[in-house]
Design a protein around this ligand. Structure first.
Ligand code: NOJ
Ligand code: CA
Length: 512
């Protein structure tokens, strides 16, 4: 069952991902906050985005940057109150934005009161809220567990880090007495509670969710048939109760997640998509060395598109809080071309804060809040040349994560003032996408060439067709394509009769 149709606002949505800790601090405690996000909404709108994804902002001990929730119904005090978050929704809506929160349905923090109750020896409402075995010596094959921590007998399965016990959505194949089927009362109560959480925030004004580890919920489910069925149920409920609410999954397998009823799934740094071939490997396709290949990626992408059907969208992220930044492997010039590709593909683009100015991956940082090597991609946003790059008025040693120490670090202010900057390249591409239905989220896509360089595809809507020639290699190429040159990023292109002569390190758009 491919999804029929997504809410109409997704047809033109362009997301901006905000890692709230590092975006903008307005009370000088060294950590970003809701007021800081509100303050910068105009900046995001001017860039050309019209939707936000906020990384987790619920109460949490923050051992995994908030992916370890201790109360799903309360905003993390360090960012502000529920009221402040509602105000953020309102301010965003006033500017025509939609806002996604990050929903973490697979696990909680060990500090969550549900977990504390679940550990008790006397049966209670939360006894079956998590995945427990019946003996402290027993675990689940292929998973890690915590044991020796509870009054009750048994080990609890963890979903990610060891402080993130797995919520119980049941087992697809039940093989042991302690494994509960998906329709047992415990798993059903978990689903009911997660719907309550969603309804609570949607009621307060949020427009949907990025769903963390969406494919992880049902255990012993190798083909994910159980998890797919579970999400299809949630989808049916949402369609009734909140038909405009949208969902994007962190699954990385659009052929499964879109069937599960998600409107969009990400292409990610993990999973089978070969997304890394483009930007994050030894020889990325977008390197001017011209030794990479987009062929495997495109083969998978075409397959995903077919499975997604007309209503499903594939989300192209420039990066995220888990991946190294584009700038770790690509030069500023190469990043421009990467954006020219990201913003001329169909589906929904997601720009990770700071990628629009080419923020660097900060090397050799100590791990902050479970960030580990991801910490370097989570450093404070560089707004200007003011103290702490305009991120915060706190003393530098109090900043949540140290700033990029490079004196030449890019800033939003400098790039906004320079018409030739990456920021303006991104802005121009987003304007173009908006002005040309062929280039927008749902315009058709026809792959014309994916072997070697250049990569060539056609976007199409109604009467309009735009051919995109992506030539990141530092050598010119010639492509037989008719029509007028609409836009170039990079060195340039010129018409030579029926042929378009494209310089090296260039993306050219031709309109027919
Ligand atoms: C994926 C999130 O993106 C990541 O940051 C987090 O650590 C894990 N899921 C666990 O929730
Ligand atoms: Ca703050």
């Amino acid at each position: 069952m491919a999804f029929e149709r997504h809410p109409a606002w997704l047809d033109h949505a362009v997301f901006y991902e905000i890692y709230p800790q590092s975006f903008r601090d307005t009370n000088a405690d060294g950590i970003g906050d809701f007021r800081g996000i509100i303050e910068k909404l105009d900046y995001i709108r001017d860039l050309g985005c019209n939707a936000l994804w906020l990384n987790p902002c619920f109460a949490s001990p923050f051992r995994d940057a908030g992916y370890d929730v201790s109360d799903y119904y309360t905003a993390a005090p360090r960012y502000g109150t529920n009221q402040d978050l509602a105000c953020l929704f309102e301010e965003a809506h006033r500017r025509g934005f939609h806002v996604f929160l990050d929903l973490v349905p697979g696990h909680t923090s060990t500090d969550h009161p549900w977990f504390e109750a679940s550990c008790r020896g006397t049966p209670n409402e939360f006894t079956d809220r998590y995945v427990w075995t019946d003996s402290v010596w027993e675990g689940l094959e292929g998973s890690r567990s915590l044991h020796g921590i509870s009054e009750r007998a048994g080990s609890v399965i963890v979903n990610f880090f060891s402080h993130q016990p797995a919520l119980n959505y049941g087992f697809y194949r039940v093989e042991k007495p302690w494994q509960q089927p998906m329709d047992a009362p415990g798993p059903r109560a978990t689903v009911k509670e997660m719907k309550r959480v969603m309804a609570f925030w949607l009621g307060l004004g949020c427009d949907g969710f990025r769903v963390d580890m969406a494919g992880s919920l049902v255990k012993n489910d190798p083909e994910q048939r159980g998890t797919i069925a579970l999400w299809q149920g949630i989808r049916r409920w949402l369609d009734e109760a909140f038909p405009q609410a949208a969902l994007v999954s962190e699954w990385g397998c659009p052929d499964r997640s879109l069937e599960a009823g998600f409107h969009m799934d990400f292409l990610l740094h993990f999973g089978p998509s070969h997304y890394n071939d483009l930007f994050r490997c030894e020889e990325p396709f977008f390197s001017a060395r011209g030794k990479g290949s987009a062929a495997e990626f495109m083969a998978h992408y075409l397959l995903y598109r077919e499975k997604a059907g007309a209503g499903g969208l594939i989300a192209f992220p420039s990066g995220n809080h888990d991946m190294e930044r584009l700038a770790r492997r690509l030069s500023p010039e190469e990043i421009r071309l990467a954006f020219a590709f990201l913003l001329t593909m169909p589906g929904v683009p997601f720009i990770y804060y700071g990628d629009e100015i080419g923020m660097r991956y900060v090397e050799n940082l100590l791990s902050v809040e479970g960030g580990s090597e991801r910490t370097g991609a989570r450093s404070p946003m560089q707004w200007s040349d003011a103290a702490n790059a305009g991120f915060s008025a706190a003393p530098p040693e109090k900043l949540y994560i140290p700033l990029d120490p490079d004196p030449g670090r890019p800033t939003a202010a400098a790039q906004q003032a320079d018409p030739d900057s990456l920021w303006h390249t991104v802005q121009a591409l987003l304007r173009l996408r908006r002005a040309h239905p062929a280039l927008d989220n749902t315009g058709d896509f026809v792959l014309l060439q994916a072997e070697g360089y250049p990569l060539v595809y056609r976007r199409q809507a109604g009467e309009e067709a735009v051919t995109v020639v992506v030539n990141p290699a530092d050598r010119p190429c010639r492509v037989a394509v008719s029509g007028r040159l609409l836009h170039t990023v990079g060195r340039g292109a010129a018409r030579d009769g029926d042929v378009l002569a494209v310089e090296g390190c260039t993306v050219a758009l031709v309109q027919a």
